[in-house]
Design a protein around this ligand. Structure first.
Ligand SMILES: O=C(O)CCC(=O)C(=O)O
Ligand SMILES: [Fe+2]
Length: 319
């Protein structure tokens, strides 16, 4: 079994990763061993405030509650990890989706098939994938809060939408949009009008405006605010709230002198979730569903298919 841990020092912008190989009886054991080796390494290097990021929900859920992993065959490792945790000033555990942990995951796989030399590797700056990982992890926390707040505004439990959408397994994307200056902006379009297919999209942009939203039939330009997120609601939010919240139709236009950059982080349900209006909401309001159920995966396919060319995909599932 291959074990890889990536350590990032945010204070001096250096990173290193450590890889090892050894016998392991389960994937869970390998995850826990990786956490243990990261903690041992951190203590040896006098790190006292650490955040451990893992793609194993079981490991993260247990350790953040300072409990042993519910698998007695690895109880002894749990005990030593819990002992190690006590030696830190702060030790936080965070879950990340596997595809966001691809750097460490890829290293562990490579070492298993033996084409990587066991040892510790160092670098300056930040490993590029990990920068995206950190950004994605932190923006996910913001998006989770937004989804909880939306649930509450509907008079529902804060985790009502996230539970129904299997948020913990949800799809998260990262899109970097680059719009070079265009001498004839009126004859070009950055991104054509569309709605995002997911639940919420967080968007940051450089200081150049370009995002327009459709409001009462008019295109309205949003002023670009530095260090602020724009939150766009997507189609699944409209479906799950039975139309109480609307997904926003938007487009991006180009600038004649300046280059515009935007980073969009769309968050959706897990791809297998069949999204329907929340039964709790329908019951309380005495309403019938306005949208028919469809899995998120099928909805994305529908939106990208020729059937939806120049048409709104949400109309296709409106009853
Ligand atoms: O660049 C923008 O402001 C819009 C980007 C966007 O709509 C998208 O990536 O879905
Ligand atoms: Fe969009």
């Amino acid at each position: 079994m291959g074990i890889a841990t990536v350590m990032i020092n945010w204070e001096n912008s250096t990173w290193q990763y450590n890889i090892s190989r050894g016998p392991c009886f389960s994937a869970l054991e390998a995850e826990l061993q990786a956490v243990k080796s990261a903690l041992v390494w951190a203590l040896q290097n006098a790190w006292i405030d650490v955040t451990v990021v893992s793609d194993s929900q079981i490991v993260v859920q247990a350790l953040e509650k300072k409990r042993s992993i519910p698998d007695w065959s690895i109880y002894h490792i749990s005990v030593s990890v819990l002992d190690l945790i006590k030696q830190f000033n702060s030790c936080v555990f965070r879950y990340v989706n596997r595809n966001l942990n691809s750097f460490a995951d890829g290293l562990a796989k490579k070492v298993r098939v033996s084409d990587l030399i066991v040892g510790t590797y160092f670098g300056e700056g930040l490993p590029p994938v990990e920068t995206a990982l950190e950004f994605s992890t932190r923006t996910r926390e913001v998006a989770s809060k937004v989804v909880k707040a939306i649930s509450e505004t509907l008079g529902l439990e804060e985790d009502c939408i996230s539970k129904a959408m299997n948020w913990d397994e949800g799809l998260q994307l990262l899109a970097a949009n680059y719009y070079p200056a265009c001498p004839e902006p009126d004859r070009a379009i950055g991104i054509p009008p569309h709605t995002d297919h997911g639940l919420v999209t967080l968007l940051i942009q450089n200081e150049i405006s370009g995002l327009q939203v459709q409001h009462k039939g008019q295109w309205v330009m949003l002023e670009a605010i530095t260090n602020a997120f724009v939150v766009n609601l997507g189609d699944q939010m409209q479906v799950v709230t039975n139309g109480k919240y609307k997904s926003v139709r938007h487009r991006a236009v180009v600038n004649n002198t300046k280059t515009r950059i935007s980073i969009a982080v769309p968050h959706g349900p897990s791809v297998d979730t069949v999204v329907v209006p929340l039964p709790e909401l329908l019951e309380r309001e005495g309403q019938s569903p306005v949208y028919s159920g469809m899995s998120y995966k099928d909805y994305i396919e529908l939106q990208q298919s020729s059937k939806c060319y120049m048409k709104s995909s949400i109309d296709m599932i409106t009853i």
